[in-house]
Design a protein around this ligand. Sequence first.
Ligand code: ADP
Ligand code: MG
Length: 340
Amino acid sequence: MGDHTDYAEGFALPVAIDLETRVTFRPTRDGRVRVRSAGFESEVDVSADGTVDPAAVDPAWGRLIGGVVRTLAVRGRPAVGIDATVSSTVPTGSGLSSSAALSVSTALALLDAAGWTMPAAELAVACQEAERLGTGVPSGIMDQLASIRGVAGNALLLDCRTLTVEPVPLPSAYAIVVVHSGLPRALAESAYAERHAAATGAAARLGLAALRDATSDQVADDPIARHVVSENERVLATADALLRGDVGALKPLFAASHASLRDDFRVSTPELDLLVELLVELGAVGARLTGAGFGGCVVALVQRNRADDLTAKVARAYSAKTGLEPRAFVVRAVDGAGPA
Ligand code: ADP
Ligand code: MG
């Protein structure tokens, strides 16, 4: 719960899941950071001192690596190089934060190689900055914080202004199901930047530092701002419901969140809407799109003993209606990134 709230300094309630990006590495003596990634043909090779402009790195996926090398160098990491290989089970460009998985795991490898450490919140900010430097997308801090601070069996209540994290236990009788629509995100970067600008502009017109500080009355006539303010309320209500063990209260919160992302913030697609509809119709407690939107994945809460059956039925019905191949994952909430 809580999409497009992080860059408004709001609240979010993500989960670190058991899909992962692994970086296998050894320190080098030549001051170069060399990274190969399974599935991405080319090799990235940048100077470990952060002097290479991240946005100019070729191949493009290496811009995240260049970004991390630079933001860690700026924070004092000694310029020790690494020879590294990346492998990942996180689908890319799908709303499951493969970019944060890559930046955080690479950052941890770079820190380890140099014998350098950094507080978790500062590391998250360095990885967020790396993404902004490398891709130009004004991304928020949710993905990086969740990746670093994940707690097994818990969702994480993030305050994206103070960067504090409160674990919120998930009900053990329920499973989190992720379904990929079979369509990659389209237009994500430009549309994301547009929404970011609209949200920032709305806060400025109200004379506020961020939409975090707006009341629902203040944003009643602005759908973009209305989404952010109502989504912040839903995050807090969801955390409350989880803490009370009140699973019934989650159903309308999921429904309202997806409707708000679809109708007010306008980042859904017909395929994501259909998946949400099918999941709820076939028995999920709730379902909503996850990540930036514009394609990618939906996330649902499902009774654990029904998860496999329900997921298979949803996949069949979705394929029959769209001709697309969805990919479903029954995931677990796990600890955040660290040494294997
Ligand atoms: P998301 O974070 O939702 O998966 P993004 O567009 O933010 O989507 O990030 C996807 C991009 O991150 C990829 O296009 C690629 O550049 C980079 N990336 C993610 N995982 C890997 C990986 N394992 N190896 C190389 N690049 C990766
Ligand atoms: Mg990303």
